[in-house]
Design a protein around this ligand. Structure first.
Ligand SMILES: *Cc1c(COP(=O)(O)O)cnc(C)c1O
Length: 436
């Protein structure tokens, strides 16, 4: 499969190039030149396949012969080695738990697949790949744990001091091996600026083979389609064949992957884009005007994005029929206060604890269902992170009910290792050059 830039469809590159470049020079995003429909035999019998089997079939459908079957199978079995269960909470309300991977967030799907694809494409004798990543929390953990021990790669993570949760910080700073962390005395935007400047610095680029691991990489998007198919497979087993997905959205990669799955033939009735106060997309869906805004800080901070970078991909998938977009995707946005109320309500109704991002998706699903004839489609809201990653945000009595996973308990005994830097680029550069 070739990939084009959303800014120039005649600029086409191989999968390998799209993965290593992350972004075309023209600042568009890579998209497959065609989105082949899966065959009906597969789609109608999804419930007879396991998650890794589905993943292989879907990836193969999109990538063609870019990676030989056996290698692709090996990448998938190694990357997707955890479950994504659909759990019923009430009639027509299901949660898709995407946090059973090592960093306890859905970003594990993307980061683990991408790391293994990159490592696969690194030929014998090629220069070590240096991944630079700025994180406000979840991305860094998924990338660190995704690349941990992957040969011929090294990851440097920059995170804002004091602005990530305790567990997130431990996930970033206790890995050792090929992962190192830098605590920056500044904001996430400062971290991001340092990374961006490094990519344009001639001296650093001469010395290192730098790459970013951010959410716009096509190798992060593709594996996120897998769990939509797998969720549908689980519903089929329960005799349900109509589904609606409600997705807590920030950069719109997750919901973008859902739409890609739908384009490949997954029968989805409706997508619900659920956001916090950063409501650029819900506003667009309501008014038809896309107006990027500066991001505002909320308690669901992994979704604090005022200009979602993956939106251009979604627009691209509907470019033949932009009106269909506003039908297929509806938007809802919520304040922090509403988010907290949703967390309380979910806990009191189902004795189930969710993270603030997940709570927003639940609320959006419930609000959407209000205006729908009942009992028709199974409503599935995506749970993007385990609540233990955000304990300080939850009301005390809810927070106390969190069951802490074993791997988190193990983390708590480990020692943090992080270099400390300010926001000065020259200091960061010096650190990179001296710690090689
Ligand atoms: C990254 C993240 C999101 C937002 O996902 P996008 O793909 O950026 O829309 C939502 N919830 C959690 C917990 C996240 O880490």
């Amino acid at each position: 499969m070739k990939f084009y830039s959303t800014n120039n469809t005649s600029h086409q590159v191989s999968f390998k190039e799209a993965v290593f470049n992350s972004m075309p020079q023209d600042r568009g995003l890579y998209m497959p030149v065609s989105i082949p429909r899966l065959d009906d035999k597969f789609l109608n019998n999804l419930d007879s396949f396991t998650l890794p089997e589905i993943a292989f079939y879907v990836a193969k459908n999109l990538l063609g012969d870019d990676i030989p079957d056996n290698d692709l199978k090996a990448i998938i079995t190694d990357a997707i080695n955890f479950f994504a269960p659909v759990v019923g909470l009430e009639e027509s309300v299901y949660v898709l738990e995407l946090w059973h991977g090592p960093s306890l967030a859905f970003k594990d799907f993307g980061a683990r697949f991408m790391s293994r694809v990159m490592s696969y494409f690194l030929k014998e004798g090629e220069k070590q790949l240096d991944v630079l990543v700025a994180t406000s929390g979840d991305t860094g953990g998924a990338v660190a744990l995704g690349f941990l021990g992957v040969p011929n790669t090294r990851v440097t993570i920059l995170y804002p001091k004091g602005k990530v949760s305790g567990i997130q910080e431990l996930q970033l700073t206790t890995n050792g091996q090929n992962i190192r962390a830098i605590e920056v005395d500044g904001t996430f935007d400062d971290c991001q600026a340092l990374v961006k400047q490094a990519f344009t610095d001639p001296e650093l680029n001469k010395k290192f083979r730098l790459t970013s691991a951010n959410s716009i990489n096509i190798a992060r998007l593709i594996p996120q389609t897998f769990y939509y198919f797998n969720a549908y497979a689980q519903l089929l087993k329960q005799g349900k064949n109509k589904v609606v997905f409600s997705v807590p959205s920030g950069n719109f990669g997750n919901i973008g992957a859902g739409i890609l799955a739908w384009k490949m033939g997954l029968p989805v009735e409706q997508f619900i884009a659920a956001t916090n106060a950063n409501d650029t997309v819900p506003e667009f869906l309501r008014t038809g005007v896309y107006q990027a805004k500066p991001s505002v800080q909320t308690i669901s901070n992994a979704m604090d994005v005022g200009n979602p970078s993956n939106w251009v991909r979604i627009a691209d998938m509907f470019k033949a029929d932009p009106v269909e977009l506003t039908k297929k995707v509806v938007g809802f946005s919520y304040t922090d206060e509403e988010t907290l109320q949703a967390i309380e309500k979910i806990y009191s109704s189902y004795n189930y604890v969710v993270c603030p991002h997940t709570a927003i998706a639940w609320q959006a699903l419930k609000d959407w269902q209000q205006n729908q004839p009942t009992g028709k489609a199974a409503g599935v809201f995506l749970s993007t992170a385990h609540p233990c990653k955000f304990p300080d945000v939850l009301p005390d009595h809810v927070s106390k009910a969190i069951v802490i996973p074993e791997e988190v308990k193990r983390l708590e005994g480990k020692t943090k290792h992080a270099a400390s830097l300010g926001i000065d680029f020259e200091d960061f550069k010096k650190y990179l050059l001296e710690n090689n």
